[in-house]
Design a protein around this ligand. Structure first.
Ligand SMILES: *Cc1c(COP(=O)(O)O)cnc(C)c1O
Length: 378
């Protein structure tokens, strides 16, 4: 069986966990390995502040608090995304306003944002699907014009760029995921990136249960106390140690994934050229991280047959999000602004192929061979 995903394991994880137990004698958050991860992210992505969190879900929750989202505020997001993108704002009482996606990148259609803005709009939440950037210049211009926050859901976008800038560092806040399904992992984990220095102190406080403990640990105050709302958003050192081993090897992991991605692309090109399938589109300004390789079938029916065919050939594949606006909670907490021209139909056509660090070339070739066999008969 060819797995859909195998969590990356690079080799030094156990050694670093051992170090955090034996040498550092510190297992709670914000020890040596958390600091190493934070500064690695800051240096690599040119971010004024990066803070590890327990998940991307929690990074998004922190961003919603930092953006001071209040009940009845509106937040614009794509419907084709993971629940956490919007739950973070629903938890603050906001209403979600979904807009349609572009068929080519599956990202929010930047040309539909402005029409969805009302007096209540507070933030735009672009999701960089498959690690391919949204049209950030346009999104940032609109946000500036209407005085809105931009919170990037860059869960899938670690190591991707838009016009040379790292995803997650362009908007006011950027949120990364280190869940085991992502390119770099600590099992569960994430990070928040803060663009403007004025938000750094409050970010540290919210992450530390609403206390100024970070300041205390730096010797800037002589005791710490409750100063704001907050929660426990910092991961254990064990998770940070695991993650750090992978960040150190980020280029190796990235290049390996890109090689698999390119192999899929090159080998499936002829099926695309005869109009049987569609392939991912990478806009010119975007460098992606091979988070995902997907194809698009003709429709839901064909996709269902292809999934079955590949499964019977020992290949695990996966479709993706059920659009949030048509789900039970979506009906309650959101509205869809405009026409759902692409969100539903495109999501029904999309099929993700096996993709993970260390995926062997012969497995990619086998998957391609089976897809071609299927289309010979369909
Ligand atoms: C994975 C993912 C999340 C959630 O990440 P966690 O770290 O599991 O909380 C949020 N948004 C998107 C787009 C994701 O792919």
């Amino acid at each position: 069986m060819i797995s859909f995903n195998i969590p990356v394991f690079i080799g030094k994880e156990q050694q670093y966990i051992k170090e955090s137990i034996e040498n550092n004698q510190k297992l709670c958050g914000d020890g040596a390995f958390t600091k190493k991860c934070n500064s690695w992210l800051e240096k690599r992505f040119n971010a004024p502040k990066a803070l590890l969190t327990t998940s991307c879900t929690h990074a998004l929750e922190m961003a919603a608090i930092l953006a001071n989202i209040q009940p009845e505020d509106e937040v614009i997001a794509p419907s084709y995304t993971f629940v956490s993108t919007v739950n973070a704002f629903v938890l603050r009482g906001a209403k979600i306003v979904f807009i349609d996606i572009r068929a080519d990148t599956m990202n929010m259609d930047e040309n539909l944002i402005e029409d969805a803005i009302t007096k209540k709009t507070k933030a735009i939440v672009p999701v960089h699907y498959a690690g391919v950037s949204c049209e950030m210049d346009k999104i940032m211009d609109i946000a500036k014009k209407h005085n809105l926050y931009v919170i990037e859901d860059a869960a899938q976008g670690v190591m991707s760029t838009y016009k040379g800038q790292a995803l997650g560092t362009i908007g006011d806040f950027g949120c990364y995921s280190f869940h085991e399904t992502k390119n770099y992992t600590s099992g569960e984990g994430g990070a928040i990136l803060v663009r403007d220095k004025e938000f750094i102190e409050r970010a540290e406080i919210i992450r530390e249960k609403g206390t100024n403990r970070s300041k205390f640990l730096r010797g800037q105050v002589d005791k710490y106390s409750w100063v704001d709302m907050g929660s426990s958003y910092l991961p254990s050192e064990l998770n940070a140690a695991y993650l750090y081993a992978q960040l150190e090897e980020a280029d190796k992991i990235n290049n390996n994934r890109l090689a698999s991605w390119n192999l899929y692309y090159d080998n499936l090109k002829d099926l695309y050229e005869i109009g049987k399938i569609e392939l991912p589109f990478i806009p010119e300004n975007c460098v992606h991280n091979a988070h995902m390789f997907y194809i698009k079938c003709k429709d839901l029916e064909e996709r269902t047959k292809l999934i079955e065919y590949l499964k019977s050939s020992g290949i695990s594949t996966a479709f993706h999000y059920i659009p949030l606006h048509s789900s039970k909670a979506g009906v309650k907490y959101s509205r869809f602004h405009g026409v759902d021209r692409y969100t539903t139909v495109e999501s029904e056509r999309l099929l993700r192929l096996p993709m993970y660090y260390g995926l062997e070339a012969n497995k990619v070739e086998y998957v391609v061979k089976k897809i071609k066999e299927f289309y010979k008969n369909n």
